[in-house]
Design a protein around this ligand. Structure first.
Ligand SMILES: [Zn+2]
Length: 306
């Protein structure tokens, strides 16, 4: 008999969200706790407690998928590239599996977002999908034919730490990035990057939604900042289109709520894409904040979730 539910966990830096997702993709049970920031052992225990609580509620033991910051190194089996630094170098998968007493699947959180939107969201039924997280950081994930493209180094789709393409003179070398380089896409296109750019050009301390709001109401300074952001996003995504040529690009994360992006970015990216026409569509997410847990649950396909 096939299980009615799959459990998806969204392991974030400040919160851990868990959900039981039914066979139609509907989130039936949802729990959210503050992440035990900085404490690896407590993170394992917190995830296990969430799984136990949900399984008690749904009355069955089911498959568990986990969306995480960074990824599991295919070489060492240890966490790498996580901005939740207390996870780095830890055998997260092995420890979770031994605590849960069953196999668990883990994937990068941007990959889970892309999988959720490609399975039954904004990009449902599309062959090649690029999912982008524009939030505190910038991440990306590729889904082809309904499956995550993981890659030999488990970094496929990692877009945020490439240099911003076609840089203008005042974008070189660009802001310093925590990865040790300068001018990374993330330093321009993350929420903090947008806010810092506004201040760099003499603007006040404003949050990205405030900047977008004021720009929409005709504020010239905020309009200029948003214009720079849109041109940079168009350049960054043009590079992705040149490389994997997706049918759909879905935006997620806090900045995906800026509606001007969906209209104005595709008007600009044609200048940079190596093609006479660009049919790639840029779309907002359908599942919003639920994409993390949904994509994590989908790491187990229905026929495997028994
Ligand atoms: Zn970087």
């Amino acid at each position: 008999m096939t299980a009615r539910f799959r459990i998806g966990i969204d392991l974030g830096g400040t919160k851990i969200e868990a959900a039981a997702v039914d066979r139609l993709g509907v989130v039936r049970v949802r729990r959210r706790i503050a992440a035990p920031t900085g404490n690896y052992r407590a993170t394992i225990e917190a995830i296990a407690a969430l799984v136990r609580a949900i399984e008690q509620q749904i009355g069955e033991t089911v498959s568990v998928g986990i969306g995480m910051p960074g990824t599991i190194s295919p070489i060492t089996g240890l966490v790498k590239n996580a901005n939740s630094t207390w996870l780095i170098g830890r055998p997260l998968q092995r420890d979770l599996e031994s605590t849960l007493g069953r196999p668990a699947r883990l994937a990068n959180d941007a990959n889970c977002f892309a999988l959720s939107e490609a399975t039954d969201g904004a990009a449902a039924g599309m062959e090649t999908v690029f999912g982008v997280i524009l939030g505190t950081g910038v991440g990306g994930g590729i889904v082809m034919g309904g499956r995550i493209l993981v890659g030999a180094n488990a970094i496929a789709g990692e877009w945020g730490h490439n240099p911003l393409p076609w840089p203008r003179p005042d974008e070189i070398p660009g802001p310093a990035c925590y990865c040790g380089r300068s001018g990374c896409v993330e330093t321009f296109l993350s929420g903090p990057g947008l806010a810092a750019d506004h201040r760099h050009y003499g603007g006040r301390h404003l949050s990205p939604p405030e900047i977008a709001d004021l720009a929409a109401r005709g504020d010239a300074e905020c309009g200029a900042t948003l214009g720079r952001y849109i041109d940079r996003l168009a350049r960054g995504l043009a590079l992705v289109i040149n490389l994997i040529d997706p049918d759909v690009i879905v935006l997620g994360g806090g900045l995906s709520g800026i509606s001007a992006l969906y209209e104005r970015v595709p008007l600009l990216w044609g200048r940079y894409v190596f093609s006479d026409n660009v049919v790639t569509r840029l779309l907002p997410p359908v599942h919003g904040d639920s994409s993390g847990v949904r994509g994590a649950a989908w790491l187990w396909r229905a026929e495997e979730a028994e």
